[in-house]
Design a protein around this ligand. Structure first.
Ligand code: NAD
Length: 450
């Protein structure tokens, strides 16, 4: 298995400067949008096959996410790609200084299975905007979506600049041996280490979009019903398999009962009393992950849900109260529909618990207390945050998306994606005016004192 020819072909094309042309980039971006529009039905079907994604959910979180992303980029691309003037320092005068964004070359995009379209095409939009070529490796755990990506990309995009390689570990390992100009990986931290080690051999820069345990803190000033609705949506969308889903919730003892009741009410309203029959509730990606989730159930008191069906990859929305902090449920990223609620004495105790754990991809607070909100934002380190909501920062294209520490490195979305896949080249342009002699040898005391 050797993909060197793909990279060679892309490098040759890149060196012909075609991809630097803004008109080419705009045309390719429009083609990404067209691909989604023309194949809406087939894409929704593939998402249903792999994850039983409800159509409306798949539409908002995958298809229209991509087309919206293209629209946003098209609106701003000319401005982002322009040289960015900076002030020239006195010693470099007369002269003009600017930052010239330039494309990197060929980017390897490795997608994950939970949003298998979005996590390939949103990076691709940024990669194209910045003027790069790409080899796309969709997740093998979403095979129907992988197959349709492999079928449609060559139909819609410039084949000299873009290629899709389907497959699992052997294919990915072969791809990782090549000297790409950038690697964009979305997935878990263990594989991220493999990716980074492979990249190190060629000094290839990486963007790693990883996960973690994203906490929520809720205090008594919060509007419990509104919080519960937003939390239920964020936790149980895609059956909990969202990297920025709330992983666990911290609150005081007296709020547990009203919160649990409000969450149950929301689950019943969103997915009915029997979510296994609901068209709005997804499935776990495979039996192995369904089984993994089932092993979390003995970590604490299951106060709601807890039913699962490994064969049919169904896992009920579930709430567990006060699991041990060193249990599996509270040590590993859940990535499924189990919501642990843990009681804490107060806000400082919640904060301490969060700070003493690995930096998460997202951190959420529900509170009307402005001081507490500000303290959370100012002192909790995480990829992104929402105050009084979950996930919705991802609907703001001008907010960069990415992790920090173990939750990832590098950011994309809007301009941050354009910058992420560009080299921001510094340029100083000077005229042929005579320079002050002080700059040049021989160095004398007199020159030094000047
Ligand atoms: P996955 O199994 O789809 O793996 C991701 C990619 O890595 C795939 O393309 C896969 O083929 C490849 N891969 C898997 N094992 C490999 C190996 N040994 N060597 C080389 N390549 C290999 O996805 P996953 O890792 O199960 O995804 C879930 C994780 O991803 C969670 O931790 C979640 O939080 C995180 N995630 C992060 C984001 C984000 O944007 N930050 C988005 C979605 C998911």
């Amino acid at each position: 298995m050797n993909y060197q020819h793909l990279l060679d072909q892309q490098k040759e094309y890149f060196n012909s400067n075609v991809t630097r042309d803004l008109n080419w980039r705009i045309q390719q971006l429009k083609q990404v949008k067209q691909l989604v529009i023309d194949n809406e039905e087939a894409l929704l079907k593939a998402l249903k096959t792999d994850l039983q994604k409800p159509e409306q959910e798949a539409w908002t979180t995958e298809l229209s996410y991509i087309t919206g992303d293209v629209d946003h980029v098209l609106k701003h691309l000319k401005k982002w790609a322009k040289p960015r003037k900076v002030k020239t320092s006195l010693v470099a005068m007369p002269g003009k200084s600017f930052i010239q964004p330039e494309p990197l070359g060929s980017v390897l995009i490795m997608g994950a299975w939970n949003y298998p379209l979005q996590l390939v095409f949103a990076p691709l939009v940024a990669v194209i905007a910045a003027g790069n070529c790409a080899v796309i490796k969709p997740s093998d755990l979403a095979p129907a979506v992988s197959a349709i990506i492999a079928k449609l990309v060559p139909k819609y995009l410039d084949n000299s600049a873009f290629a899709v390689v389907e497959g699992a570990i052997p294919e990915t390992t072969a791809l990782l041996e090549l000297p790409f100009d950038h690697i964009m990986y979305t997935g878990n931290g263990a594989v991220a280490r493999i990716v980074m080690a492979a990249a190190a051999k060629h000094l290839t820069p990486v963007t790693l979009e990883l996960g973690g345990k994203s906490p929520v803190y809720l205090d008594k000033s919060a509007n419990i019903n509104i919080a519960a609705q937003r939390l239920a949506w964020g936790k149980w969308m895609n059956a909990g398999q969202t990297c920025i889903a709330p992983d666990y919730l911290l609150t005081s003892e007296e709020l547990v009962e009203p919160l649990v009741n409000a969450l149950i009410k929301q689950v019943n309203e969103m997915f009915s009393q029997d979510p296994s029959t609901s068209n709005s509730y997804g499935r776990i990606v495979n039996q192995r992950h369904t089984e993994r989730l089932s092993t979390y159930l003995d970590s604490g008191e299951v106060v709601f849900g807890g039913k699962f069906d490994i064969e049919n990859k169904f896992f009920q929305p579930t709430i567990v109260v006060n699991p041990a902090l060193d249990s599996k449920l509270m040590s590993e990223e859940i990535f499924g529909p189990i919501f642990p609620i843990i009681t804490v004495d107060n806000y400082p105790a919640a904060k301490e618990l969060v700070i003493n754990r690995e930096k998460p991809l997202a951190a959420y607070i529900f509170s009307k207390d402005k001081n507490q909100q500000n303290d959370w934002v100012n002192t909790i380190s995480s990829g992104s945050q929402c105050v009084n909501d979950v996930i919705m920062f991802n609907a703001v294209p001008d907010l960069p998306f990415g992790g920090t520490g173990p939750s990832g490195m590098g950011q994309y979305s809007g301009k941050s994606g354009f910058d992420n896949f560009s080299h921001l080249k510094s340029v100083l342009k000077r005229p042929f005016f005579k320079d002050l002699p002080v700059r040049f040898a021989p160095y004398t005391d007199l020159k030094f004192k000047l």
